[in-house]
Design a protein around this ligand. Structure first.
Ligand code: GDP
Length: 322
């Protein structure tokens, strides 16, 4: 079994690669829900949906959100009626939000709704929200505190970020199946996908007990850098790092995960950083453009995890905190 921690686009790409080179039912993708919000009366879970659509082969790969087979009658009509259109919702996508909202309102939890909708969409791996409790990422910016989607979509990540907050994380319970997987003796690796550390991975790590369960896990923890040659492939990761006073490098991301990492996969372009990284580093082509790129990076990650497991058997484990 493999556990992958994921945000949206970058995480979903690697999760898809993993799902194609291993029995998909042995892959548990634990997804950030800090981006979730309520909009037009609907409960929207952007990262869960990106992962689910990607694994179901339904994702729109050009824009990185929504479905590829979309129509836009709802948005056009909303616009004509003077309604809110800054958060784009395609007609088919809306069906998912309406159904999720109805089921949440009837008392079902997010993980059970997600599992059922994923099954119906033909998703092989298990997609699990990090928690069934509400966690909401907020950002302190030069315009004050902003809700995540206000910053990310409405204001196109333009405000300057100085602080992040994961509202509700302190009281949230990590999903018990997530914690159980980390404690499972058959777990072969925890993969921290190339997702934004600040808004995708750290909300997961902020839930009480998650860091401790990762550290206690017998499986190697291996991350893939979302930064390639000082730049993010997509989104505000590098911009945010600069605004937070950090160098936008693969090494800085490794430092964010400090005591967790056994292995770290960085791009060939970042070879000069190897010496400064406190984990076993693998160099690879980490830009996932094609399906083959996703599969070969996934293979490199699982191979690196296998090496780490062998080292562990020989008492050479890297991670010191246990
Ligand atoms: P979001 O929730 O949709 O913003 O998605 P994530 O947090 O999962 O992904 C955003 C991050 O993925 C950014 O930092 C990107 O640099 C990274 N990313 C996207 N595509 C790739 C890729 O092909 N390779 C690598 N290494 N990182 C990628």
């Amino acid at each position: 079994m493999i556990v992958a921690l994921s945000g949206g686009v970058g995480g979903a790409k690697l999760a898809l690669g993993l799902s194609r080179i291993m029995p998909p039912e042995n892959l548990l993708v634990v997804v950030n829900t800090g981006d979730d919000f309520e909009h037009l009366g609907l409960s929207i879970s952007p990262d869960i949906d990106t992962v689910a659509y990607t694994l179901a082969g339904l994702a729109n790969r050009e824009v990185g959100w929504g479905r590829h087979d979309e129509t836009w009658s709802f948005m056009e009509t909303m616009d004509a009626l003077g309604g809110e259109t800054w958060f784009r919702l395609g007609d088919r996508d809306i069906a998912l939000h309406v159904e999720r909202t109805r089921r949440l309102k009837s008392g079902e939890n997010l993980s059970s709704v997600t599992a059922d909708l994923c099954r119906r969409m033909g998703v092989g791996p298990r997609v699990l929200p990090m928690t069934d409790d509400p966690v909401r990422t907020r950002l302190l910016t030069n315009q004050g505190w902003l809700d995540f989607q206000e910053y990310f979509v409405h204001q196109r990540c333009e405000p300057v970020v100085s602080e992040l907050q994961f509202q509700g994380a302190g009281a949230a319970k990590a999903h018990p199946d997530f914690l159980a997987a980390l404690a499972d003796a058959s777990l072969e690796a925890v993969v921290i996908c190339p997702s934004n550390p600040f808004i995708s991975v750290e909300p997961i790590l902020a839930i009480p007990g998650v860091r401790a369960a990762l550290i206690a896990s017998k499986a190697p923890i291996i991350a893939v850098s979302p930064i390639i040659a000082g730049r993010a492939v997509k989104g505000p990761t590098a911009k945010m790092m600069t605004e937070l006073g950090l160098d936008a490098t693969a090494g800085t991301v490794a430092e964010r995960y400090n005591d967790l990492l056994d292995g770290y996969v960085i791009d060939n372009a970042d070879m000069s950083e190897v010496v400064s990284i406190d984990a076993r580093v693998t160099l690879a082509q980490t830009l996932m453009t094609t399906l083959e790129d996703r599969e070969s990076l996934a293979r490199i990650v699982l191979d690196a995890a296998a090496v780490l497991r062998r080292r562990e058997l020989r008492g050479l484990r890297h991670r010191t905190a246990q």
